[in-house]
Structures are given as C-alpha cells and as structure tokens.
Write a new protein. Structure first.
Length: 635
C-alpha cells in the first residue's frame, strides 16, 4: 500500500506499516495530522503515538496507557512493527496537544491514561452527574408504612432477608425505593425482572397512598430485541402475591423502547438527542435493562436526561461482555463495591432500616462505600435454568470473577462440569478445524422442527405464529463472524442443510431466519429483531416477526439491512435466550477470546449448551479477562 497523503513530513511513511496491518486507520492519522498542524507539532513519534489514542474508542477503550501501548493491541508478531519510541508521551511537543480535563486541548491526561478530549468529556460529565445523584431521594418521597406493607406482601415467602435468592430481591426493591440511582447486577435467571415488576408495583402503591396518578415510568434497553424481551419478561407471569388487579393492569400499559427512542433520536443530528441536560425526560422512574451493553457516551446522555428527583434503575450483568462501543460503565460503577452483595452510599442504610424492619445481617449487610455513585445489589442465585448443570457452570464462572482469591478453584469446577457431560452440557471437539458435522445435523434437525408448521401451512397465520414462538429453541453462537467457524461460514453450512430442495439461489426461501441489523423507525423494526421468511400471495415473500401475540409481515423489498441468523455472534446474542445454545470456539486461542465472551454465550441457554472447540482453547479463554482502559472509575 502506498503511504497515506499527510501534511506532516515523514508521518505517512512512518505510519504506513500500521495502516497496512490494519492497526491504524487513515482516519486516525488524518486527525492527528490536522491537530498537529494547528498546534505547530511536527514530531512524528508524538503524532504516531497520539494516533493510537484516537484509535482506542473503536476497540472499546476510552484511552490508552502509553507505557503499555503495545501490550493492549492484537497484531501478528511476524510483522515486526516499529512501535512509537519509549519517550514519545513525555516529550515537550505534547504540551501543545495534551492537558488536564479543563485545559481545552484535544487530548487529556488522567493519571497514566491518555484520552481524546471527547472521551474525557463524556466520562467527566457522567461522573459529575452520578456524583450529584449519589445518595437518597428526598425524605418525603416514600410513604414508609405503605412501602413496608407492600414489600412484605410482595416478597415475604418465608425466605430470610439475605442477599441470596428471594431475600436479595426484597433488598434491591427497598434500595430502589429510596436511592436516586440503583444498579441491580446478576446473571440470567437471578430474578432481576421479577424484582422490577414488584418494585413498580410498590411504586404504584405509593401513588395510591397519596391519591395521585401512577408514576410515569420509562422502560428502555440498548436494542429493540432487548426492549421487547424486557417487556415480555415483565408481563410473562403475574407475581403470586401482593399485586392488585389495578397494579397489574397498569403494568400492562407500560411500553419498552430503545434508548435512542427514549431520548428522542433525531436523524439529522444522530449524535444529539431531543432530551438531555437542557430538556429532561418527563419520567418519574427510568429503568434500563441490559445496562452492560450501554457505552460511556450513551450512558452520559441518558443520566444527564434523568430528572434530579427521578429514580434511575440499571439492570444488568457485570460479568457479561461490555458494550461494543467505548467504555465499561457497569463494571466501573460496581467496582467500588468489591465483593459486597449490597453496597450503598452514605445515608442509604438509615433510610432502608424502616422498610426492612431491620437491616439484614451477615454478608448481606449493606456496605457503605464512600466512592459509591449508585446503590448496588448483586444477585447470585439463579432460578431460570432448567438444568442444574448449567446453573452450576454459570455460577462458577460468575464467582471466579467476583472471588479473585479462589478464582482457580471456581474455574476448575466449571471446566470439570463442562467436560463431565450430561443431557444439558456437551463438549464437542472440532473435526479437521470445522464444527463436527453431527452437531450441525442436530442443529438443522431442531430448526426443521421449529419451521415445520410454516412449511406445512405457509399461508396460515397460526402456523406463522407457532413457528415464530419456536425459532429460539436453538441458535449457534460464534466468537467471530468470518471463516468456517464464524457466523457467516456456519450460516452457509446450515443454509445448505435447511434450504428446500429446488429452491435455487433465491435468498428469500421459506424458513430462512433473518436478523435486522439497523433500526428502522418507520417500519417498527429494530436492530436484533429476528424473523422468518414466509411465502406471501401478495408480495411473493415477506419476513414475519412476532409482536406480542400478533404477527407482523414485512415485504422483502422493504427490509432494512439484515443478515441470516441461524448462527450469530455472541455479541449479537446479548439480551436473547435460547433453549439450546451451540457455542462455537475458534480453532486457536487469542486475546479476544475471554471468560466474558464464553460466559455470555453459555448463559444464553435455558436448558442445553453444546460447546464446540478445543479443550485447551476453552481453558485459556476462561483464564483470560476483558481488560478495557477507562478513566470513569478514577473520576
């Protein structure tokens, strides 16, 4: 490749090998070239080093530590790249480009971290807003006798008020009643949505006690798929006690939307929303599910938009993958809690005691963390998994991340259970660098069963609904997209097995699973929505989606960007659940294959997991943690 066209003498030639290796982009170099010209900086090593700071957000980091620059970048060692020299970050020209948070320069130094001014500003604003929100709502915000009676009615089932099982749910609801910002973290099936339903019921009771209208509640998630699943889970089963007909009817009126829709997405200015610090959201309660998927920029804009007197509740799993975009906000928020099951800011315990009779004792006693900018409750007991083996593996992996002193023991227990086999857990080595053909045949057979009704009665509304209700019975989850072990290659392999005979090359064949990859506000289609291609007498073929109990048909000519979805990446699967998850590992270990990735894949399953790969690669992955550079915790 020829050297990029840049004004700074020597920068193009110096950076060309990094561009050829896809380590830096031309955009990274043009940014520092332009900034260098404006500041009169022509030190090639300084500008090359700052190009890595510009690059960082594309790879999830909000900055870089210049002293460990090379260690955090995945690159083929055979390329022998000449990295920036050791002293670039301390040379005199840096003063023209790098300053403190309030210096107004293009780059910011925060301790050992170098950040772009944009990333630093998001973190600074988010930290300031969370600090202002730390602690409790006004004393008059809760009718204590009514709240205590409702919590007792909703949660008391003979379970002690501990941070394990149903007792943790009562603690979390009580915390969210009094705290401005609450984080409830827990793995799949630990009761986060059940707790939410009961919390909202208690808030409905507060409005009844005051003779006021029910609270104005916003339910939101990062993707349309996650938002839809949030509402389905919230209304899936009425709590057995404490929920009046009026409260249940009110819960049924609540809609769940994407964060973009909640904040007021504006197509002409996609990075700016209608609601923000200057025009707050009108809601009394804002609930965000799958909070681990929210990046620092979006979280900053969300938190700034929430009224000072409103409750903000973040639900998520700190052990899951972080956001695709820059930041690891949920991990940063929960980090000050260390291994505590309940961690709160000063003043919260005194407000909790009257709601719970007395503060719970033992490990569930709320720990006061001076740095806490949100009250945090960690759920550890899973209720969802249909098989004990799956519950054991997911719990062991979560404990390995929470209990560093006994990490090796927890990982050993998880690996022993995976390799021990059983109906719910199977480990299948690759065959000649490919997924074992028997696994693909089993997956194809499960998909054929799910698609049977549609293929037998293609125009029947009931058959379409039945198919859509069954398509999540199985899914192949991959660590990456490309190659025979990636989502693209495995979709091709499954398409070859599932396409009806004589269908030719037509992509719109009956039974093809399709996943939307961009939001389409006009057609009410959301990134992550999965539908099925069905014959349509009017249009030839449509993609049908489930909306509650109704079937929505979209002509194939009107479909937004999409891809085949028999297999998907683990990143794309977040917020979804499948009966049988087939998790495919790469042929070789690598820095992008981490415990969080494997944990997220396994925890998508309800009843069965098939892990495909090499035992050594799996063990390496479980020992490797995601490490993201972030300044939010320090701020």
């Amino acid at each position: 490749m020829t050297a990029p066209l840049l004004a700074t003498q020597g920068l193009a030639e110096r950076a060309a090998p990094f561009v050829d290796a896809a380590v830096l982009s031309l955009g990274d170099l043009h940014v520092v070239d332009r900034l260098g010209r404006r500041a009169g900086v022509d030190d090639v090593e300084v500008l090359l080093g700052l190009a890595f700071v510009v690059r960082a957000p594309r790879f999830g980091h909000t900055g870089v530590d210049p002293t460990t620059l090379r260690a955090g970048i995945v690159v083929d060692e055979a390329l022998a790249l000449a990295w920036p020299d050791d002293g670039w970050h301390s040379r005199a020209p840096m003063a023209s480009l790098v300053g403190d948070d309030d210096a107004g320069l293009p780059f910011v130094r925060l301790g050992a971290l170098l950040q772009t001014g944009r990333m630093a500003a998001y973190e600074r604003r988010l930290a300031a807003t969370l600090t202002a929100r730390a602690g409790c709502l006004d004393d008059a915000s809760v009718d204590v006798p009514r709240a205590r009676a409702d919590l007792d009615a909703l949660f008391d089932d003979g379970t002690a008020a501990t941070a394990d099982g149903a007792g943790a749910q009562k603690i979390a609801a009580a915390v969210a009643l009094v705290a401005r910002t609450t984080v409830v973290s827990g793995g799949p099936g630990t009761g986060k949505t059940t707790t939410l339903a009961k919390l909202l019921t208690a808030l409905h009771g507060q409005s009844v006690a005051r003779g006021a209208a029910p609270p104005h509640v916003a339910l939101a998630a990062p993707t349309g798929k996650a938002a839809a699943r949030m509402r389905e889970a919230l209304l899936g089963r009425r709590p057995e006690r404490g929920v009046s007909d009026a409260a249940w009817t009110w819960l049924g009126t609540l809609e769940a939307v994407t964060l973009h829709r909640l904040l007021g997405f504006q197509p002409r200015t996609p990075s700016r929303f209608r609601h923000g610090a200057q025009e707050r959201l009108p809601h009394d309660v804002v609930v965000v599910d799958e909070a681990s998927m929210v990046d620092v920029a979006m979280m900053c804009k969300l938190v700034e938009a929430v009224r000072d007197d409103a409750r903000l509740v973040l639900l998520g799993d700190r052990n899951q993958l972080a956001s695709v975009e820059a930041g690891c906000v949920l991990a940063d928020l929960t980090a000050p809690a260390a291994g505590a099951m309940v961690a709160v800011a000063e003043g919260v315990p005194a407000r909790l005691a009257p709601l719970l009779d007395a503060l719970p004792a033992g490990p569930s006693t709320p720990v006061v963390v001076p740095r806490a900018r949100a009250a945090m409750v960690q759920f550890r007991k899973a209720f969802r998994f249909e098989r004990e083996g799956l519950r054991e593996v997911v719990h062991a992996l979560a404990e390995a991340s929470a209990d560093a002193a006994n990490e090796a023991a927890h990982l050993g227990r998880a690996l022993a259970r995976i390799h021990g086999g059983g109906e719910e857990l199977a480990f299948r080595p690759h065959t000649a660098g490919r997924v074992d053909a028997r696994v693909l045949e089993e997956v194809a057979r499960e998909f054929r069963l799910a698609l049977a009704a549609l293929r037998e009665r293609p125009g029947d509304e009931g058959a379409r609904r039945a198919t859509l209700q069954r398509i999540d019975a199985v899914r192949v989850l991959c660590t990456h997209r490309a190659g025979p072990l990636g989502a693209v290659g495995l979709n091709d392999a499954l398409t070859a097995r599932l396409r009806p005979a004589g269908g030719g090359a037509d992509p719109w064949w009956c039974g093809r699973l399709v996943m939307v990859t961009e939001n389409d506000y006009d057609r009410d289609l959301w990134n992550g929505d999965v539908g099925v291609v069905a014959p349509d007498p009017r249009t030839g073929a449509s993609v049908v989606f489930l909306r509650g109990e109704a079937v929505k048909a979209v002509p194939v000519t009107a479909m937004p960007a999409h891809e085949t979805a028999f297999a998907m990446t683990i990143h794309k699967s977040q917020g979804s659940q499948f009966g049988h998850a087939v998790v495919v590992l790469p042929a070789e270990s690598g820095p992008l294959l981490t415990r969080e990735l494997v944990y997220t894949g396994i925890s998508r399953a309800r009843s069965k997991v098939t892990l495909c790969g090499d035992a050594r690669v799996l063990a390496d992955a479980l020992r490797r943690r995601v490490e993201r550079a972030s300044g939010l915790g320090d701020r």
